[in-house]
Design a protein around this ligand. Structure first.
Ligand SMILES: Cc1cc2nc3c(=O)[nH]c(=O)nc-3n(C[C@H](O)[C@H](O)[C@H](O)COP(=O)(O)O)c2cc1C
Ligand SMILES: CCCCCCC(=O)C(=O)O
Length: 383
């Protein structure tokens, strides 16, 4: 099979993964309007290419949080890579290391943070954190990733509750018995003895057993591999200060979609913002992330780095996001398609193809390096 573009990997993954796994990776919330708009929105944006600018030499390198990466495309946190490939996140980490880009490892990884950093000891890894009702869980994770040499904590703020993904409910999606959320191995028992306030096992319940807003039937079945409803829906801006008190690592906030929240994020001292709607898996009806980017970039005015994820599938999508002010983009689903195709090699191919396309788009638009990409490339009358 000749793999030419990211859609080829999507097709392969759809044909080869078990249906429940495919459905889980592909899922959007409710009617999937936001998930689908994440892709279509790029196609509404037109570019204004410049000519005769000697693009014989092009350079895609950039920096994020002061670290150089070979191209402005990183790997967004996605859960459960071992559903797609036997050693899952370890292969993902090796691919990111080989390509010299950033991998944001999910809390809901099927390899532990230690296994991931050991698999790719020279890779640039950030850790994606959820905040738990029992704060000791989050605290321990932060201490572990700091000890392991992760370079930033990415706090996901768009999951006070899990979005309603219809096929996961229909399929009664669960991790198969041979897989688990490795970061929680043995940790619940320890944490219970620290505080005794939350029995995490009781909290392994379907988000869809919610009875009314904010209340759960804790007798429901496990859905996303454990501890699902132990996420703290009361998380608020003051928790940024709590997280800052735990770590010296830069804090990147993931899931911002408005200028108001971007301003609050900067005021609360975060070091970066990921404009994201969680791949359309949370609030259906929210904006495509590329459509939310401009107001956030305008508000932030360069005070912190702004990144974006959601719907990036081609090099020209990357170019458009950078032209609208993103310092770097991150990809989610394409990485699990790459894993399903050929593990580490598949993820490397995904990154290579996307970067080749980006380099070509950049050159065809008349840009020799990423610092030459700016808003003049965007045809605003068509926005
Ligand atoms: C299967 C899957 C699992 C995800 N798991 C997480 C997660 O554990 N933590 C998180 O912050 N975001 C998670 N996300 C959201 C991604 O980080 C990212 O926002 C989204 O996938 C980007 O959109 P894309 O898939 O169109 O590239 C997940 C997304 C998918 C598709
Ligand atoms: C308690 C939330 C579990 C969600 C698992 C990972 C995720 O974020 C997703 O979108 O799926």
């Amino acid at each position: 099979m000749s793999m030419v573009c990211l859609s080829d990997f999507e097709l392969f993954a759809k044909e080869h993964l078990p249906k429940t796994t495919w459905d889980y990776y592909a899922a959007g919330a409710d009617e999937c309007c936001t998930r689908d708009d994440n892709l279509v929105a790029y196609k509404r944006i037109r570019l204004r290419p410049r000519m005769l600018r000697d693009v014989s030499v092009t350079d895609t390198r950039t920096t994020i949080q002061g670290m150089e990466i070979n191209f402005p495309i990183g790997i967004a946190p996605t859960a459960f890579h071992c559903l797609a490939w036997h050693d899952g996140e370890m292969s993902t980490a090796r691919a990111a290391e080989a390509m010299n880009t950033c991998y944001i490892a999910s809390t809901y990884s099927t390899c532990s943070v230690e296994e991931i950093s050991t698999a790719a000891p020279n890779g640039l890894q950030w850790f994606q954190l959820y905040v738990y009702r029992n704060r000791k869980l989050s605290e321990q994770l932060v201490q572990r990733v700091e000890a392991q040499g992760y370079k930033a904590v990415v706090l996901t703020v768009d999951v006070p509750y899990t979005g309603k993904r219809r096929n996961d409910i229909r399929n009664n999606f669960k991790l198969p018995p041979h897989l688990k959320v490795k970061n929680f191995d043995g940790i619940f028992e320890q944490v219970e003895t620290f505080q005794g306030q939350v029995n995490e096992k009781q909290c392994m319940t379907s988000p869809f057993k919610q009875t009314r807003a904010g209340e759960y039937d804790f007798n429901g079945a496990e859905v996303y591999g454990g501890a699902v409803n132990s996420l703290d829906p009361s998380i608020s801006w003051k928790d940024i200060y709590w997280l800052q008190s735990l770590t010296r690592l830069p804090i990147i906030i993931k899931g911002i979609l408005t200028k108001e929240d971007a301003e609050l994020a900067v005021e609360h001292g975060v070091q970066g913002i990921i404009v994201s709607n969680h791949g359309g898996r949370q609030l259906d009806g929210g904006p495509a992330s590329i459509d939310a980017l401009s107001e956030i970039v305008e508000t932030v005015q360069g005070r912190v780095e702004v990144y974006l994820d959601g719907g990036i599938r081609t090099g020209s999508d990357v170019l458009k996001a950078l032209a609208l002010g993103a310092k770097c983009v991150f990809i989610g689903r394409p990485v699990v398609w790459g894993l399903a195709y050929k593990g580490e090699e598949g993820v490397r191919e995904i990154l290579q193809i996307l970067n080749d396309e980006f380099r070509l788009s950049m050159a065809l638009a008349g840009c020799r390096n990423v610092s030459e990409i700016n808003r003049n490339l965007i045809q605003f009358s068509k926005l």
